[in-house]
Design a protein around this ligand. Sequence first.
Ligand SMILES: NC(=O)c1ccc[n+]([C@@H]2O[C@H](COP(=O)([O-])OP(=O)(O)OC[C@H]3O[C@@H](n4cnc5c(N)ncnc54)[C@H](OP(=O)(O)O)[C@@H]3O)[C@@H](O)[C@H]2O)c1
Length: 248
Amino acid sequence: MSERSFEGKAVLVTGGSRGIGAAVARRFGSLGAHVAVGYRSGRDAAEALCAEIGAAGGTAVAVAGDVAVPAQAQAMVGRAHDAFGRLDVLVNAAGVGPYLPLAEIDEAHCRAIFDTNVLGTIMLTQAAAPLLPSPGGRIVHFASRLAFNPLPTSSVYSASKAAVVTLVHGFARELGPRGITVNAVAPGVIETDMTADILRERGEQILAATPLRRIGQPDDVAGVVTFLASADAGWVTGRTIIADGGLN
Ligand SMILES: NC(=O)c1ccc[n+]([C@@H]2O[C@H](COP(=O)([O-])OP(=O)(O)OC[C@H]3O[C@@H](n4cnc5c(N)ncnc54)[C@H](OP(=O)(O)O)[C@@H]3O)[C@@H](O)[C@H]2O)c1
């Protein structure tokens, strides 16, 4: 991938206000893309990131929306498209991940996780598909390593990410004839707000089980996403790429 591989292309990154999404947005900006930084509550963080991308010579706008609310997911995609007059890539990094033991799982917990992680994935894909270039459009969603190997207490979150793996496979079949690829990244433990408690409680154990002997950082995932969004990944679709430092 060259330094300006995404020159002139427009990318929406949901969950761009912090964590992995922010690293992905920053990386696209450095590769020449126009970036729409999606956020739900972190307006200041999203605007600060846009200013940072702008100061580095890129173009970025912050777009608000709760991906768990279909009308807002749709509006977010529309605003990203309108901001740059095109939309080449959708990256959906918005996600929520609280864990609960079986006895404490209730309806609100299930709905909160499935509405953002699953319904959001579906509605964003539906809204973006007609706007993406055909051929050449790219969609990258976020699954998790836990989709394949749930921890005790992570069952609902893990199941929501297993749904993403299957949705990506199915949507890739629907959008393939239009030359649009749909893939997912499944990170292991990456150091963000989402994993602060896990790393406090089990950081040493996770480090010991990681062949690369460090804790994953948001930037470790950004390059996998830009690869899947690049022209070089045109023959990869319907797949979920695990990026976990080889975690055992
Ligand atoms: N960190 C890990 O170890 C790990 C591992 C596997 C998979 N993942 C997945 O990777 C993605 C990014 O995770 P992360 O660790 O970067 O999370 P994070 O630091 O907790 O950040 C979550 C981001 O998602 C946004 N968001 C949450 N719910 C939303 C909603 N309903 N609508 C719109 N935006 C919403 C937040 O926006 P606001 O702050 O603006 O509200 C924030 O930008 C998630 O899908 C997560 O499940 C993470």
